[in-house]
Structure formats: structure tokens, C-alpha cells
Design a protein around this ligand. Structure first.
Ligand SMILES: CCCCCCCCCCC/C=C/C(=O)SCCNC(=O)CCNC(=O)[C@H](O)C(C)(C)COP(=O)(O)OP(=O)(O)OC[C@H]1O[C@@H](n2cnc3c(N)ncnc32)[C@H](O)[C@@H]1OP(=O)(O)O
Ligand SMILES: Cc1cc2nc3c(=O)[nH]c(=O)nc-3n(C[C@H](O)[C@H](O)[C@H](O)COP(=O)(O)OP(=O)(O)OC[C@H]3O[C@@H](n4cnc5c(N)ncnc54)[C@H](O)[C@@H]3O)c2cc1C
Length: 665
């Protein structure tokens, strides 16, 4: 607290739970908390990681600044001998998208997941020591979502035992890969495997792009940055790139060969594993993106909540204080569901991480049975959480009124950096359609003795759920977890069954799927929301230590579920799961819950344990000392370097003089 005053102290004193215990729950464990706390303070206290000047730098300065920070972060990681988890934390607290995200987040996992043991032994040590820097080059100018439509070719040349990597068309140019534009020395590039004229579909290949001596592109390689992206600083710290191959030769052993192999004789051999494992890196990253959604949303919510307690507007009586905007019911109805969503996404992210680890272990033991479930859950939850988080950050900006639009609020940049998460790693609608396919398959198999498992297990009770009518009679009934869960299960199963029934009316199922796509997406959303609600409820069934902590989480869980019910009331009513009276009882309960959160709101965002450096927001400062700091910050803008701006003499003065002359005439 710079001026020694904690302007939010009176808010903190109102909390009805132990915030230190909540910090542990949010972090996942005491160990995770201590690690995050230590590393975030380390980054915050190091001037080399300052980021408050970022929005005033031009692209080249911004990019060089990113390279400097990445190199310095790597130096510190080595000096401090940080382990993998600590290094990951350090990079994320530096809070500046960089080529390293793709190197560690996609290039390394692609080799780990799709490389043979031999390939891993060769490439991973180089990547771990950053002696090579890699990216994930899948998307092309012409195709991103449709991976099977990629056009880059990798043609086997049996004479030389090499693949010839080629971009046959303009649309086959690789386009978007992060880190590719200016930095990566290598890529895992995806291309159609062609052997003897036969097309074996898309496979991954390790391709060297730049010389390790002078960093120049290797022969046959054209490479560059694709240009400025949305937002000023934001994602422009990243060199998303364009890449063309002109008959570039690589040795045969640089095709990632865990899923399928090409022999010296040019024979294509498939291992006994599903071809979809080629998509494994995307499943991995989608799971990480879900965990990250709670971080991005909680940052925005922390800023908006603290500022809403500081900001006063209207309502002064007899010269007293005006009303804190957080006390307006409309502010609460917009803000508290986002607070609840941040916690909900935290817990579902933790569960998804477990699911991913479980499927990975099973895959290693050649058990592929849970792969469809893992794909559907990662795709659906990635879509649900990133859409809600991007929308939520924007809502937080509006919750902060005019000041939210200033870069110094931290919110514009947070939004600009975050919003592409709705597109990358799979467009959110395309991913929901994958979930819908999974649901339709599940419904179609219901009578076949194939019992639905995992997150679709509720479908086994479809007959009962089709008969369900909520028995809610009073507002408090909506606080019972089983009552909420059944309503969400009934809604989700009825929407899926309705889609399946409508699909069966089409002679051509694929045509039906296209025609009903919008309804299918709604059914997928209902299913994914059920997953999030049910994982929150499961979390509450665990032992939750700490004074008042469980009670707060119960309130947040109810808010999350009832807010969704309120938002999608049309679904719940039209499927006949609840009646209008029960809908209004849910709204009544929601209002009660907002009142219960109110005294705890500041402590609930303190539990995220973000440093002021990481939040990067004057409005979200821990001490709430907003106005003097906003005022101070304004004067740092480069426009205020001089009293009379550059350009005045050239453009404005002549105009003023002209007006003066005209006036005199
Ligand atoms: C701090 C945060 C951590 C982040 C760290 C990293 C930093 C990240 C920064 C972001 C950088 C961004 C990178 C990228 O964007 S990389 C490119 C990503 N591209 C995509 O996501 C493309 C999306 N498209 C697809 O995934 C597929 O093409 C699609 C699934 C849409 C369709 O594929 P396809 O046409 O082949 O499949 P079908 O629909 O015919 O289905 C065939 C069967 O395969 C199943 N399937 C599909 N995908 C998977 C999968 N991934 N795993 C398992 N199974 C899969 C599908 O369900 C079908 O099954 P059935 O035949 O049984 O029905
Ligand atoms: C910041 C950023 C970073 C990225 N980083 C990488 C990277 O490192 N490596 C990499 O390989 N790629 C990367 N990408 C590319 C990214 O993965 C793709 O942009 C993404 O998968 C979406 O594909 P697309 O651009 O082809 O969208 P399109 O598929 O062209 O989408 C356009 C519209 O069509 C709709 N649509 C498409 N197909 C269907 C369908 N079947 N049914 C209904 N609607 C449909 C979509 O919903 C969308 O509204 C990045 C992208 C961004 C924005």
C-alpha cells in the first residue's frame, strides 16, 4: 500500500470466512499456493519484468521487449534452478504472450505425444535446453478448422529416404502459428503424407526452418510475420507467422511416428492406436486453456469487484457518502455470477486436468476407451469457458464504467489478449459441434446395451429424466444440490433427445446434422453447463477445511447454477423441466444469494492472491487507492511529454490562424 492506507480495509473486515484458507482452495493445495505465491512475488519485485509501459511501445519495440523478457526469464529459471512447474508459473506471471508459450505449450508436447521413444530422445533434450526453439505449424491460409483439408504435402522419396515438404498453393501457406514469424528454428509442421501417389492424410513432421548459426531461413523456406492483430500491445508481442515450403527435404525419421510409420521401403504402417492421436496435442492444450480461463476471468472479476467497492455514485443523503456501486442490485446481478463462474471454472479445470492425466495413462497402456470422452470434454469445456470468460472480461470493463476503457484499468489489454482463445485451438462453435456428435452417438446407442459412461452417464436414466418435473415449491428448494442437478440433467438430456428425434427424420444424417446445427450447439452447451455445475457440486462433497469457506463456496455454486438457469430459462421452460413459477423462485433465490455474497465479495477476490503487478490495473489495486493513482498515471502518457503537441504548428495553428483571418474579414 503505497500511501499506507488500505481503502478496502473496511470491506475486508466484513468477510465471514478465512481468506487464507480460501487461497489454498483456489490454488488447489497448500504446496501449489506457496509455489504460486513465491513465484508471483519474485516476478513482481523484479524491475526487468515491469509491464506498465507496454501499451505505449510500437510493434518493433514491443516485440524486442518480449524477446528481452523471455531471455531474462530463461536466465532466471536456470539461475534459480526452477523445476518445470515453477518455470511454467514464472512464464505465466511475466504475463506477456511469447514464442516460449508455443515452444513449451505445443512443440514439446507434440513431440512427447506423437514422437517415438527414439525421436523423443533425440529432440526433447535439445528443446528442453532451448538449443532449438519450436512452434506448432498446423493451420494454413485456406484451412484451420478443417484439419483434414490441409494442403501442405510431405511426399516420400524412396531414392533418398527423405520427405519432400511442399506448399503447392497459396492457400497451403502455413498461417498463424505463434513463434513462427521471427523466432522458431524448428516446427512440428502438419502435412499430407503422400507415398507412391497415395494420400495417407495429415501427419506431423519435425522441420528445421532457420539456420542455427545466423537464424536465416533455410533454402526453400519463405517465412515472416502475418501482421498486427487486434488490440494495441496485447497479442502483438507474439510473432504469428506465415511459412511456405518449396520442396524442402527432411530425413524420413523426422515424421512423428508414434501413431503410424513409414518404412525405408516406403510402406505405410499403422500402429494399433487410433489415428485421432495425431490430434493429441490439441486435446492437451484445450485442457490447459480451460484451467487458464479461471485465471483470466478471476483477474477481470478481481479488478471489477475492488473498483465497484471503491466507486461511489448517487444516493448521498444529508451530505453523507454516496452509494458504493457494488451495492446496486444490477451491479451485483452482473458481477457476482462472474465471480461464481471464476470459481466454477477453477474446479472444472482441476477435474479436467485429472481426466486428461487419466486418459494419458490409459493411452500408454493401449486403453483407448476414454478417448472420445476426453475429446468431447476438452472440446466442449474449452468452448464454454473461453466464451464465458471473453464475454465476462468485457462485462467487467463495462462494470467499471468509463475508467474501465482506459488501458491503465488493465481490462482492454486483458480482453484483447484473451479473446482469440475463442478461436484458437478450435473455433468454439466447431468444437461444440464435436460435442454434439458425441451426444448424438450416445443417444443413438442408448437401447443397444452400450451404457453411457463418464459425463454422459446421466443419459442412462433418460426414461426417468424424460418424465421429470421439478418439485421445487419454495425459493430455498433451489439450494438443494440434487434439485439443481436433476433440473440440469433433465434439460440436457431432453435437448439431446429432441435433436436425435429431429435428426432421425432426415434420410441423410449428415444433411440433418447440418440443418439442425444450431439446435445441436444448444444441446452441447446444455451438456457442458451440466458438467461444470456437477463438478462444482462434487467439489463441495469433498472435505473443505477453513472457517466459513465451504459456506461461501456453496453460495457461489448456487449462484453459478441459478444464474445459468435464469439465463437459459427458455430451455428449462420449453423442455418442461420447470414451470414459470419455479423459474421465478430461482430468481428470488438468486437475489438472496447476491446479498449473502456482498459482504464477502472483496475477500473472495483477495483469495485469488494476485499481486498488483500481475493484475496490472489501477482500478484493481489491492489498496483501493484508485483516484490519486489514475491521476498520476495520466501524466505519464507520452502525449503529455510536451504541453504543445507535435503537429500543432503544422496542422492546427494554420487552421486557427485561417479562422482568425476569416473572422477579421
Ligand atoms: C496458459 C494457458 C496454456 C496454454 C499453453 C499454450 C499456448 C496456446 C496458445 C494458443 C496457440 C494456438 C494454437 C492453435 O490454434 S493450434 C491449431 C488448432 N487447430 C484446431 O484446433 C483445429 C480444429 N479442428 C479439429 O480439431 C478437427 O479437425 C475437428 C475435430 C473439428 C474435425 O476433425 P475431423 O474432420 O478429422 O474429424 P471428424 O469430425 O471427421 O471426426 C473424426 C473422429 O475423430 C474424433 N476426433 C476429432 N478430434 C479428436 C481429438 N482431438 N481427439 C480424439 N478424437 C477426435 C471425432 O470425435 C470423430 O470420432 P467418431 O468417428 O468416433 O465420431
Ligand atoms: C491468436 C491466434 C493464435 C493461433 N496460433 C496458432 C498456432 O500456434 N498454430 C496453428 O496451427 N494455428 C494457430 N492459430 C489458428 C487457429 O487454430 C485457427 O484460426 C482456428 O482453429 C480456427 O480456424 P479458422 O481460422 O480456419 O476458422 P474458420 O473455420 O474459417 O471459421 C470461420 C467461421 O466459420 C465457422 N465454421 C467453420 N466450420 C464450420 C462448421 N463445420 N460448421 C459450422 N460453422 C463452421 C466458424 O464457427 C467461424 O464462425 C491461431 C489463431 C489465432 C487467432
Amino acid at each position: 500500500m503505497e500511501d499506507g492506507v488500505d481503502h478496502l480495509a473496511f470491506e475486508r473486515n466484513k468477510a465471514q470466512f478465512d481468506v487464507e484458507d480460501m487461497k489454498i482452495i483456489w490454488a488447489g493445495s497448500r504446496q501449489d499456493f506457496e509455489l504460486s505465491d513465491r513465484i508471483s512475488r519474485l516476478v513482481a519485485s523484479d524491475p526487468a519484468f515491469r509491464k506498465d509501459d507496454r501499451t505505449t511501445l510500437d510493434r518493433k519495440e514491443l516485440f524486442k521487449n518480449t524477446l528481452r523478457k523471455a531471455a531474462y526469464a530463461w536466465k532466471r529459471i536456470n539461475e534459480l534452478r526452477l523445476n518445470e512447474q515453477e518455470a511454467y508459473k514464472l512464464r505465466s506471471f511475466v504475463d506477456q504472450p511469447a514464442f516460449t508459450d508455443l515452444h513449451w505449450g505445443m512443440f514439446v508436447p507434440a513431440i512427447q505425444g506423437q514422437g517415438t521413444d527414439e525421436q523423443q530422445q533425440k529432440w526433447l533434450p535439445l528443446a528442453y535446453r532451448m538449443q532449438i526453439i519450436g512452434c506448432y505449424a498446423q493451420t494454413e491460409l485456406g484451412h484451420g478448422s478443417n484439419v483434414q483439408g490441409l494442403e501442405t504435402t510431405a511426399t516420400f522419396d524412396p531414392k533418398t529416404d527423405e520427405f519432400v515438404i511442399h506448399s503447392p498453393t497459396l492457400t497451403s501457406s502455413k498461417w498463424w502459428p505463434g513463434g513462427l514469424g521471427k523466432i522458431s528454428t524448428h516446427a512440428v509442421a502438419y502435412a499430407r503424407l503422400i507415398i507412391g501417389g497415395e494420400d495417407h492424410g495429415v501427419h506431423g513432421f519435425i522441420v528445421q526452418l532457420r539456420s542455427l548459426d545466423d537464424h536465416l531461413p533455410l533454402p526453400g523456406i519463405t517465412i515472416g510475420d502475418i501482421g498486427m492483430k487486434f488490440g494495441n500491445a496485447a497479442y502483438n508481442t507474439m510473432d504469428n507467422g506465415v511459412l511456405r515450403f518449396d520442396h524442402v527435404r527432411i530425413p524420413r525419421n523426422q515424421m512423428l511416428m508414434r501413431v503410424s510409420q513409414v518404412t525405408r521401403e516406403g510402406k505405410y504402417v499403422s500402429s494399433n492406436v487410433p489415428r485421432q492421436l495425431v490430434y493429441g496435442t490439441m486435446v492437451n492444450v484445450r485442457q490447459k486453456i480451460v484451467a487458464d480461463a479461471s485465471v483470466a476471468l478471476s483477474r477481470a472479476v478481481c479488478i471489477a469487484t475492488r473498483y465497484s467497492a471503491v466507486r461511489r455514485q448517487f444516493g448521498s443523503h444529508n451530505g453523507g457518502l454516496e452509494t458504493q456501486v457494488i451495492d446496486y442490485k444490477t451491479q451485483q446481478a452482473r458481477l457476482f455470477p462472474l465471480l461464481a463462474s471464476a470459481y466454477a471454472f477453477r474446479f472444472v479445470g482441476g477435474w479436467l486436468k485429472w481426466l486428461y492425466m487419466d486418459v494419458t495413462e490409459r493411452l500408454q497402456a493401449n486403453d483407448f476407451s476414454t478417448l472420445p470422452e476426453a475429446h468431447a470434454c476438452t472440446a466442449g469445456l474449452k468452448s464454454l469457458t473461453t466464451t464465458a470468460t471473453a464475454d465476462g472480461i468485457e462485462e467487467c470493463r463495462k462494470l467499471c464504467g468509463g475508467h474501465g476503457y482506459l488501458c491503465s484499468s488493465g481490462l482492454p489489454e486483458l480482453f484483447a489478449v484473451y479473446v482469440p482463445a475463442c478461436t484458437y485451438e478450435g473455433d468454439n462453435v466447431v468444437l461444440l459441434l464435436q460435442v454434439a456428435r458425441h451426444l448424438m452417438k450416445t443417444v443413438s446407442q442408448l437401447g443397444s446395451g452400450n451404457k453411457p459412461v463418464g459425463t454422459t452417464a446421466y443419459m442412462a436414466r433418460v426414461e426417468q429424466l424424460m418424465q421429470y418435473h421439478s418439485d421445487v415449491e419454495k425459493a430455498e428448494d433451489w439450494l438443494k444440490p440434487n434439485v439443481v442437478l436433476e433440473a440440469f440433467e433433465a434439460r440436457a438430456s431432453r435437448m439431446s433427445v429432441a435433436c436425435a428425434q429431429n435428426l432421425s427424420k432426415f434420410a441423410n444424417p449428415e444433411e440433418g446434422f447440418q440443418e439442425l446445427a444450431a439446435d445441436l450447439v444448444d444441446a452441447a452447451v446444455a451438456h457442458c453447463q451440466l458438467i461444470v455445475v456437477s463438478k462444482f457440486i462434487e467439489k463441495l462433497q469433498q472435505d473443505i477445511p477453513g472457517k466459513g469457506v465451504k459456506k461461501q463456496l456453496e453460495v457461489l455454486c448456487s449462484i453459478y447454477a441459478l444464474f445459468l438457469l435464469h439465463k437459459h430459462l427458455g430451455d428449462f421452460l420449453s423442455t418442461g423441466c420447470i414451470n414459470p413459477k419455479q423459474g421465478s423462485l430461482a430468481s428470488e433465490q438468486l437475489r438472496n444469494l447476491y446479498s449473502q455474497v456482498r459482504p464477502n465479495a472483496i475477500a473472495l477476490v483477495d483469495a485469488f492472491n494476485y499481486t498488483d503487478h500481475y493484475l496490472g490495473s489501477i482500478l484493481g489495486r489491492y489498496d483501493g487507492n484508485v483516484y490519486p493513482k489514475l491521476y498520476e498515471e495520466a501524466w505519464k502518457d507520452p502525449l503529455n511529454d510536451s504541453v504543445v503537441p507535435d503537429g500543432f504548428k503544422e496542422y492546427i495553428q494554420p487552421m486557427l490562424k485561417q479562422q482568425l483571418r476569416n473572422a477579421r474579414l
